[in-house]
Design a protein around this ligand. Structure first.
Ligand code: DC
Length: 230
């Protein structure tokens, strides 16, 4: 292998980031880290510990104090699928549930949570050979990543993809509700004070509104080879 690099992939929700990142990592033999799963795991911990009340208020002080005892890592299962581990427990299915999704944005906006997770993400990248996706990977976590991609698609297309995901899980919502939610999440992601979602100046833009999955994979592989072969 050429010298391993860091690949930072950021972008909007439901832009297909995780699928593209996971595929790229497996093609090139790199480790894949889903940073969003880490924010989801902290949210699950807070819910279980009763640190988020019925109105959605977060006990920030208690959550901040608990951060050193929240251990998150990733286990690779036979067949290659990854599980997110929270203090040794496989919580992969639970962190994808609606209850976690509904509370994760405000948890991810807490500066102490971000500082703790960013430090852990940076430690995971110390040996390079890693693909990490999220919202602030190319801007805050790895500002010196050798390869940065910012992924987007039209909100209407992302709403359609999200609908399909929800339907596959047996959850039902109207297209209008889902589109509203996509626009709302974009707004929260872009306007929060701490590490807002934005394209790093040196990131390559991938708008996949009209792109097939194979085309996107090829785009990523070509970019990777161009960067690593010089
Ligand atoms: O990508 P996702 O839907 O699993 O992300 C879950 C939440 O975490 C979402 O509200 C955005 C936030 N997030 C973040 O703030 N920074 C990251 N690096 C990754 C995710």
């Amino acid at each position: 292998m050429n010298n391993p690099i860091i690949i930072a992939i950021d972008g909007y929700s439901s832009s297909g980031k995780s699928t593209i990142s996971r595929y790229l990592a497996s093609e090139i033999g790199y480790r894949y880290i889903d940073s969003g799963a880490m924010y989801r795991a902290v949210t699950l911990y807070a819910l279980r510990a009763g640190l988020i009340d019925a109105a959605g208020n977060i006990n920030v002080e208690a959550l901040t104090a608990a951060l050193p005892s929240i251990h998150i890592d990733f286990k690779v299962n036979p067949g290659g699928k990854q599980s997110t581990m929270l203090n040794g427990e496989d919580v992969e299915a639970e962190i994808r549930r609606l209850e976690v999704a509904e509370h994760v944005s405000p948890v991810a906006a807490i500066p102490a949570v971000r500082h703790a997770l960013v430090a852990r993400q940076q430690a995971m990248g110390a040996e390079k050979g890693i693909v990490m996706d999220g919202r602030d990977i190319g801007t805050t976590v790895f500002p010196h990543a050798e390869m940065k991609v910012f992924i987007t698609a039209a909100p209407e297309e992302r709403a359609r993809r999200r609908m399909a995901e929800l339907e596959a899980k047996g959850e039902h919502a109207t297209y209008e509700e889902v589109l509203h939610n996509v626009n709302e999440r974009d707004h929260i992601d872009r306007t929060r004070a701490e590490s807002p979602l934005r394209q790093a100046p040196d990131a390559v833009l991938l708008d996949n509104t009209h792109m097939a999955f194979e085309e996107q994979n090829q785009f990523m592989l070509d970019l990777f080879h161009k960067i690593t072969r010089g």
